[in-house]
Design a binder for this molecule. Structure first.
Ligand code: HEM
Length: 185
């Protein structure tokens, strides 16, 4: 995982809980905490940090990842404004993650492994979104999507129809637009 993700995790946790929490988590996982944005670090370290945060904050790891995704989105808007400017809706923005953002991330950060999502229109006007990654970060996807929807001033309902954590070979989400958010199924 690229250092940029560790930097975002540090920034969001410190903003919400104060500087000490990051030091505590690093100590828990035995890390020196040197993460440069272009560097690549073991996925195990992200997993360990999420587990350590889960213990410290008494929340399931999936909730930590979802919270992180939501909290990170305003920072991504600030740091990469051009990816958000000119997008009219969360739907258009999500397509642009596949077409523009993640492909550019692969170029800017050599060695980055980013997911490609599968999109299909749902019959009810919503969006079906498929996700597959050995990292199984579906809760991070949910948090990013919810954070981005908030940025575009939209209310969505994000539902997990299939999940790798339940033995499915890929995750499948349904995103409903314009409703009240009831979280994951
Ligand atoms: C709703 C929008 C987005 C979603 C759902 C999303 C989803 C994800 C997920 C789930 C990962 C973890 C990798 C994996 O699952 O294998 C990831 C990685 C990453 N994404 Fe995105 N992303 C979004 C927007 C962005 C934006 C705006 C940026 C801005 C630059 C970005 C940059 C990255 C980077 C740098 C990585 C790390 C790759 C690596 O460490 O190898 N993403 N993304």
């Amino acid at each position: 995982m690229k250092g940029i993700i560790f930097n975002l995790l540090e920034d969001t946790l410190v903003a919400a809980y104060g500087a000490a929490i990051w030091e505590d988590l690093l100590r828990d996982i035995g890390s020196d905490g040197v993460y440069t944005s272009l560097g690549s670090y073991d996925d195990d370290q992200v997993q360990s940090l999420v587990l350590a945060a889960s213990r410290k904050l008494s929340q399931p790891p999936a909730e930590i990842l979802r919270w992180f995704g939501r909290a990170a989105m305003p920072l991504l808007v600030e740091r990469y404004p051009r990816y958000f400017e000119g997008q009219s809706s969360i739907r258009a923005f999500l397509y642009s993650v596949n077409k523009i953002i993640h492909p550019e991330v692969r170029k800017i950060y050599p060695g980055a492994i980013v997911p490609t999502f599968e999109f299909r229109d749902a019959e009810d006007g919503g969006l079906l979104m498929g996700y597959r990654s050995p990292r199984r970060f579906c809760s991070l996807v949910q948090g990013f999507v919810e954070g981005a929807a908030a940025h575009f001033g939209e209310t969505i309902v994000f539902t997990h129809l299939k999940c790798m954590h339940n033995g499915d070979n890929a995750c499948l989400f349904h995103i409903g637009f314009g409703g009240s958010n009831r979280g994951s199924a």
